[in-house]
Design a protein around this ligand. Structure first.
Ligand code: F6P
Ligand code: MN
Length: 315
């Protein structure tokens, strides 16, 4: 073996990277605990039961055994972390109080297994996490202190931000998250579009926006998993994802607390934008755990263009 080939490339692990971010120890601990929990979620995804749990969530959606298990794995870890007061999960009906309010505690909202209905056809899925300082989960997304997602694809990756750049980690053969890309930034505009929902239910303004994207030559990239679809846009630095208002669902489908706020935080910190068509997603005050918003998220100029089309419709 040549000397060069024998040299092991230094891999910066998640904990060390977090230590360089000038954040408090409890937040470092919390993010590392989520990363640890994800290893059990992956194991459940890779080997677990693909059937239904026989229960439904707050939204009346049938829960898969994997949804329930992933939720339990994450919740248990958060409770035992000792640094979390309130927990909200897409799979729970109410906020769970892990401990009474105290100094340097955090609250966490998460979607434990977004896109779980894609597991049986072996497509990529993920976990999405939003973190606030203190115990109030009904704050604007702009007040998040950290956001992250884990992507379970051919490889496992994690993308996080504590408000100081957006960074990607890949899981190595020892199941450690090591830095692969630091300070990810997005182009002002790009040639990918990911349109969610039924097109025949789009309002005229969204239809015009889609025609605009098609005319400018954007390529359709939609897997049906929010995490992989957004990961492609973020890491390639180009494109726009939308889940617009539909004629029979004026608030779209995606949830503010568990899906939109954390993703919008990451995209904005990478130089992109996220809007509900009227205002930035991160400025929307959540009204309930189930709060949904339409969304246009990705490159800054593409989102601006969507808002321009929609403002004609919104008056
Ligand atoms: O949890 C919502 C979700 O599964 C996302 O992962 C995805 O972007 C969206 O729903 C897909 O919805 P639809 O099938 O309506 O396009
Ligand atoms: Mn989801």
């Amino acid at each position: 073996m040549s000397r060069e080939a024998g040299k092991s490339r230094f891999q910066l692990d998640l904990r060390r990277h977090l230590r360089s971010q000038n954040i408090c120890d409890n937040l470092i601990h919390l993010i590392c605990e989520i990363a640890e929990a994800s290893k059990y979620v992956i194991n459940a995804v890779r080997t677990g039961d693909l059937g239904v749990a026989g229960t439904s969530n707050l939204y009346g959606e049938e829960q898969l055994a994997l949804d329930v298990l992933s939720d339990r794995i994450l919740r248990k870890r958060l409770i035992h972390s000792g640094v979390v007061c309130n927990i909200a999960s897409e799979e729970m009906d109410d906020i769970y109080q892990a401990q009474l309010p105290g100094p340097d505690l955090y609250s966490v909202a998460y979607d434990p297994l977004d896109g779980s209905s894609l597991v049986d056809v072996n497509l990529s899925i993920g976990t999405i996490v939003s973190i606030y300082k203190g115990c109030d989960l009904f704050q604007e997304g702009r007040k998040q202190v950290a956001a992250l997602y884990l992507l379970y694809g051919p490889r496992v990756s994690m993308v996080y931000s504590v408000g100081n750049g957006v960074h990607e980690f890949n899981m190595n053969s020892l199941m450690e998250y090591t830095l692969s890309r630091e300070n990810i930034s997005m182009l002002p505009s790009g040639g990918i579009y990911s349109p969610g929902g039924l097109r025949k239910k789009y309002t005229p303004a969204t239809e015009k926006f889609v025609s605009y994207l098609e005319t400018k030559g954007s390529r359709l990239r939609y897997s049906g998993g929010f995490v992989p679809d957004m990961n492609q846009i973020l890491l390639k630095g180009k494109g726009v994802f939308m889940y617009p208002a539909l004629t029979d669902a004026p608030k779209g489908k995606l949830r503010l607390l568990y899906e939109l706020n954390p993703m919008a935080f990451l995209i904005e910190h990478a130089g992109g934008a996220a809007s509900n068509g009227k205002m930035p997603i991160l400025d929307v005050k959540p009204e309930c755990l189930d709060h949904r918003e339409p969304v246009y998220i990705g490159c800054f100029e593409d989102v601006r263009k969507a808002v321009e089309f929609l403002s004609e419709e919104n008056g």
